[in-house]
Design a protein around this ligand. Structure first.
Ligand SMILES: *[C@@H]1O[C@H](CO)[C@@H](O)[C@H](O)[C@H]1NC(C)=O
Ligand SMILES: *[C@@H]1O[C@H](CO)[C@@H](O)[C@H](O)[C@H]1NC(C)=O
Ligand SMILES: *[C@@H]1O[C@H](CO)[C@@H](O)[C@H](O)[C@H]1NC(C)=O
Length: 149
């Protein structure tokens, strides 16, 4: 279950964040809604993604990867990213090849079965994602979630 979302722009002349928030839909489901604007076309987009687990502060857990989003949409390659992509694709408006410009929307995302295909330990997690355009950090999206039995 999602527990918190924190996002921020690091370069407001390229990326604006209007909305980054969770919404409790019912007792079992909390959704993530995001609205950002890319002010100039981005041809070169990379994401640093890191999964952390809470144990006296958040500690690295499993993966830290950097992947090229433009290359991914030309030809999906990374099996982990493919799993995550399948879980998010119905909720996002940016499932296309580069360049990216204009609104970047995530509407009503929630953690679904697809992400739970793989066995998870219980606990609290943080998925940190840092987004780079032309190798320069532009914004970050940090998602906190808890896994119970
Ligand atoms: C910030 O965005 C501007 C406008 O798109 C771009 O020219 C500049 O290189 C960016 N700066 C950094 C540090 O990313
Ligand atoms: C995103 O935010 C912009 C600026 O506030 C707004 O004009 C636009 O309607 C929003 N889009 C969605 C889908 O909420
Ligand atoms: C993007 O999403 C639309 C609508 O959900 C879908 O029809 C299209 O096949 C998707 N494209 C990719 C590359 O997944």
């Amino acid at each position: 279950k999602l527990t918190n979302a924190v996002c921020g722009s690091l370069n407001e002349s390229w990326y604006l964040i209007h909305t980054c928030r969770l919404q409790a839909v019912n007792r079992y489901r909390t959704t993530f809604n995001f609205n950002g604007t890319i002010l100039h076309p981005a041809y070169n987009i990379e994401i640093d993604a890191q999964l952390l687990k809470k144990e006296n502060g958040y500690k690295p857990f499993l993966y830290k990867i950097r992947f090229d989003l433009c290359r991914f949409f030309k030809k999906p390659f990374n099996p982990l990213v493919i799993i995550v992509y399948k879980a998010v694709r119905d909720f996002i408006n940016f499932n296309h090849t580069c360049p990216y410009v204009g609104p970047q929307i995530v509407n009503g995302f929630y953690i679904s079965y697809e992400l739970l295909q793989v066995p998870w330990p219980t606990g609290e997690f943080l998925l940190k994602m840092d987004w780079f355009f032309d190798q320069k950090p532009q914004f970050f999206t940090n998602m906190y979630f808890a896994v119970k039995e």
